[in-house]
Design a protein around this ligand. Structure first.
Ligand code: PMT
Length: 418
């Protein structure tokens, strides 16, 4: 097919993505059949779309189709002299305002996580300074495999954004997470990305974040704690770093690796978290308390493992004393930063959070309705209501990375208005 022949809607300068330059990377999975529809919808909204395929993508969708709907020759080969002469791969990486990888197979995720640059798509991802949005698609077992999850975590830490995978019946006959997000959902995610400037800027700011649970020892082998995984706090730290901030993360015990470029201080108890935060608070512009801090700790820590016989009467009473309230101490500090709290609530969420914001003197509170088991604690997804003096904003259910970016966008907005 000759250049410029197009079955897609020609960009008309209107639409929610008018003039936006999107590089769509398509890899070799069955969900590649959705790629032409996505290209078409992006062009309907006025975007320019350059498709780049991996070698295996064309086993599932033809170059002719992708070229027809995008109105541009499809690129796939790093060593294609004619294509490189027209627009070199570095130039192409700079051209893109957003790189979308849909579908992203397990193999592509592994190659990206390893930082490979032996094929055009992987090279473009390394060469671009623009955001990268990944829509994974694969069999359920492949998605859930620790190797894939490790690669996803690495890519998240590197600042990549994720959409999906969705849960449902799959081409392989299994049911579960692994389906690529539908083109319409991807389109809305991309529109939202450009509309809300989900890459907020926090250059020159120092952001101090607490994440994860605290553990309050009962004896050398037992403790009081909660279900926080640290995922939301770590996502915020990575997003704040990507937004240009210097980030310090004070983390309770979690199974996550520290985000790249973030100073991470590991603590165990609420008292240790309190001390680590208070040592650094005078030097920060924003404090975000995402940690689920234990309000109480055992009054006495037994020096040896408690024996079952300790509760001879058939029961055992644990006496608790109050822990310091870290965020309230930050808010009272003479060099007080912009203070953002979280509120995990199971009932009357908004009402309780409004009261908490006022009592702890917070600039902003993010309400997490954790009565919904599919968001909040341990989940990869979240939804928040943000409350500040004179305003409220809802962040609908999305990945914790997306939620982090939307929250930082509001923080950046409120800081600019101070
Ligand atoms: O870690 P994940 O699995 O990703 O889950 C995320 C989350 C559900 C833990 C997170 O989104 C969240 O809601 N964090 C706050 C949980 C909480 O304990 O809220 P709270 O209502 O008890 O505390 C309110 C605020 O005071 C929080 O900002 C908390 O960090 C802070 N606090 C609480 C007690 C204390 N002693 N010191 C504090 O600073």
């Amino acid at each position: 097919m000759s250049e410029g022949i197009s079955e897609g809607t020609v960009s008309n300068g209107r639409g929610r993505l008018a003039g936006r330059r999107i590089l769509l990377g398509v890899s070799g999975g069955i969900a590649a059949y959705k790629a032409p529809l996505l290209v078409r919808r992006l062009r309907d909204e006025g975007a320019e779309v350059q498709v780049v395929t991996t070698a295996n993508a064309e086993r599932f969708v033809t170059r002719t189709t992708l070229q027809a709907v995008s109105g541009r020759p499809v690129r796939s080969d790093l060593w294609d002299e004619a294509a490189e002469a027209a627009m070199g791969h570095i130039e192409l990486a700079r051209w893109a305002e957003l790189v979308v990888l849909a579908p992203a197979t397990a193999d592509l995720l592994a190659r990206l996580a390893a930082g490979r640059a032996d094929a055009l798509l992987c090279t473009l991802r390394l060469a671009t300074r623009s955001p990268v949005l990944i829509a994974p698609a694969m069999n359920v077992a492949m998605w859930e495999h620790p190797a894939t999850q490790r690669n996803v975590e690495t890519l998240r830490r590197d600042g990549c954004l994720f959409v999906g995978p969705d849960e449902g019946p799959m081409a392989c006959g299994e049911f579960g997470p692994g389906r690529m997000a539908e083109p319409e959902a991807l389109l809305e995610r991309i529109v939202r990305h450009f509309a809300t400037g989900e890459r907020p800027r926090l250059d020159g700011r120092h952001v101090l974040i607490t994440a994860g649970p605290t553990r309050e020892p009962i004896d050398p082998v037992r403790y009081v704690s909660n279900h926080s995984s640290g995922k939301q706090g770590y996502a915020l730290a990575a997003a704040a770093r990507a937004a240009g901030a210097r980030v310090t993360l004070v983390s309770g015990p979690v199974a996550l690796s520290p985000p790249a470029g973030v100073e991470t201080i590991r603590v165990t108890t609420a008292q240790e978290m309190h001390d680590a935060v208070l040592e650094r608070v005078a030097d920060c512009d924003v404090f975000i308390g995402v940690a689920a801090v234990a309000d109480y700790r055992p009054a006495d820590v037994a020096p040896q493992k408690l024996k079952k016989t300790a509760g001879r009467s058939g029961g055992m009473t644990l006496s608790l004393v109050e822990n310091p309230d870290i965020i309230a101490a930050v808010a009272r500090h003479p060099e007080r930063p912009f203070v953002v709290g979280f509120a995990a609530e199971t009932e009357n969420a908004l009402e309780n959070a409004r009261e908490k914001r006022a009592r702890k003197q917070l600039d902003l509170i993010a309400v997490n309705d954790v009565s919904d088991p599919t968001i909040g604690f341990e989940s990869d997804r979240n939804a928040l209501t943000l409350i500040w003096e004179g305003g409220e904003r809802r962040i609908d259910r999305a990945s914790k990375e997306e939620v982090a970016n939307a929250l930082l966008a509001l923080i950046a907005e409120r800081l600019a208005g101070r």
